[in-house]
Design a protein around this ligand. Structure first.
Ligand code: CS2
Length: 509
């Protein structure tokens, strides 16, 4: 048995990671993606500049797993960059520790409030934003946090420990708002300014604006009227919420990958993450205070991220989701297998080039056709082991950005988006078959989806007509913008695709 990787006993023959001097970034949602993306850029910026301020306190939301992986390693982990032809391993030290709020709420809040902290960053996935079907803050998901925020505010605790230490089912959004309030109280108590940048790195259009609005809604709900005025004023004057576009394919790490890296390094890394060679980060240049020199790590700082966000979501993520659902229906386990299936690849190209591309404004200097081709190559990389199951998760949260906007724009232009109709048909068929097989649908609205399927079959998913199921699922509130879900051109196209799919039923992956 080999030793565990640790900051104090690093393996030989590989460049040592940085050890930052302070925590300056609190990252909410420290999953594999953050560790293979923003944490790597932060590491590279520190190596390039020698600036050792930018340590990260990761916050793990759902379980203590990432804390239990990284704390025994002093925060250090390896990134396996898995290319189609070669791979490499790097150590990352920018994460100094990981906290699990269920046990360490006070620490998370006081770190957000600390004068040495300049950034809160987030990767909590689309569903982590706790929105209802209309996109507003869903109070029922953040009730406990809002009550805690009200209690902490009236107790006047300046930076924790706080009145309510454990909130059952605490959300990242709730924790963020409580942390912002703790910082504002600390600012008022200390009589100094502590501007803060809150940077979301999730796959949503206008992600920074959405987050700022949800934070405002949470404050209004917990601290209505004059009670919340100090916090509202401070948010308006000293906190910014830039938008950003992030890109790197980072699948869940497999036990085989952990074993392979252990054999290579001679130490066991429970925190290993795996990513493709490509990585991109486009950030709106709207920081309230200092930031790491991420441009040293290849990040683009710009005034307008929206053209990048939309292109990435509709082209990359849109095609990714199509491949995942179509791949699962055709019996493919990995994304690489799905994109190498000629029939599926043809439909992916249709969504990419016929449907999505004409709806986009290319970012300055970008060639979106070439970008589209490069995506198909990236998806075909077998070395990451990315699974169709993983990408197919949370369809209701992803489809609005990935296909919804494309569909609405094409219909408005008098065109039928056949690639997107096929994608919707594949998603509906996956959901229907899961319901028929009695499998849980991996989606926060999964139970609602299963009830819809059963309702179509008068109480029995098995009896439900696939075309009617697809109609019902397409009409799900919040899925498609405007009246796209009632458009007969789209509905007929989806129905035709569902019928064709029913003729080639394989085992659902
Ligand atoms: C994927 C993304 O799981 C998914 O839904 O489409 O995580 C994708 O790999 C990244 O956005 C790539 O940047």
């Amino acid at each position: 048995m080999t030793d565990r990787l640790h900051r104090d006993h690093l393996p030989a023959g590989i460049p040592s990671p940085v050890t930052p001097e302070t925590v300056a970034i609190v990252h909410l949602g420290i999953g594999a993606f953050h560790r293979a993306h923003q944490a790597v850029c932060t590491e590279q910026a520190a190596r390039a500049t020698g600036d050792r301020r930018w340590g990260i306190l990761g916050v793990t939301q759902r379980s203590s797993r990432v804390r239990d992986q990284l704390r025994p390693q002093g925060g250090v982990y390896a990134v396996l960059t898995a290319g189609a032809h070669e791979s490499s391993i790097d150590l990352v030290g920018s994460v100094l520790d990981v906290a699990w709020p269920a046990e360490e709420t006070g620490r998370v809040l006081s770190t957000i409030a600390a004068p040495t902290t300049h950034l809160v960053t987030l990767t909590v996935t689309e569903k982590g934003y706790c929105r209802d079907d209309a996109g507003a803050l869903d109070r029922s998901q953040v009730d406990g946090d809002l009550a805690a925020l009200a209690a902490e505010t009236s107790a006047g605790a300046d930076d924790g420990p706080v009145a309510v230490d454990v909130v059952p089912g605490a959300s990242a959004i709730g924790l963020l708002v409580r942390g912002l309030a703790a910082r504002q109280r600390a600012v008022a108590a200390a009589g100094e300014r502590r501007p803060l940048t809150v940077l979301t790195c999730d796959n949503m259009v206008d992600n920074g604006r959405v987050l700022a609005r949800l934070v405002g809604e949470a404050v209004d709900a917990a601290l209505p009227g004059a009670e919340g005025d100090d916090l509202r004023d401070w948010l308006a004057s000293d906190v910014t919420f830039p938008c950003s576009m992030v890109d790197r394919i980072v699948p869940a790490t497999t036990p085989a990958q952990r074993d392979a890296v252990e054999a290579e390094l001679g130490v066991r890394d429970e925190g290993l993450v795996v990513g493709e060679p490509f990585s991109q980060w486009v950030i709106e240049d709207r920081f309230a205070g200092p930031r790491p020199a991420w441009e040293e790590a290849g990040a683009t700082l710009t005034d307008d991220v929206s053209v990048w966000e939309r292109a990435k979501l509709r082209l990359l993520n849109g095609t990714h989701s199509l491949l995942a659902y179509a791949g699962r229906l055709a019996g493919h386990t990995t994304m690489a297998e799905a994109v190498q299936d000629p029939a599926i690849a043809a439909r992916a190209r249709q969504l990419l080039f016929d449907d999505a591309l004409p709806t986009l404004t290319p970012p300055a200097g970008a060639d979106l056709s070439a970008y589209g081709e490069s995506l198909l190559e990236r998806f075909a990389n077998p070395a990451t082991g990315h699974t169709t199951r993983q990408v197919s998760m949370d369809g209701t949260q992803k489809i609005p950005y990935r296909w919804g906007d494309t569909i609405a724009a094409r219909l408005a232009a008098g065109q039928v988006p056949h690639g997107a109709a096929y994608a919707l048909a594949c998603w509906a068929e996956v959901v229907r078959r899961e319901a028929v097989e009695g499998r849980a649908v991996d989606d926060p609205r999964g139970e609602e989806l299963q009830r819809l399927v059963a309702a179509v079959g008068d109480g029995s998913a098995v009896q439900a007509d696939p075309v009617e199921v697809a109609r019902a699922l397409t009409a799900l509130p919040g899925l498609l913008p405007g009246d796209a879900a009632q458009d007969p051109r789209l509905l007929d196209a989806v129905a035709a695709e569902v019928e064709a799919l029913a003729e080639h039923a394989a085992t659902l992956r």
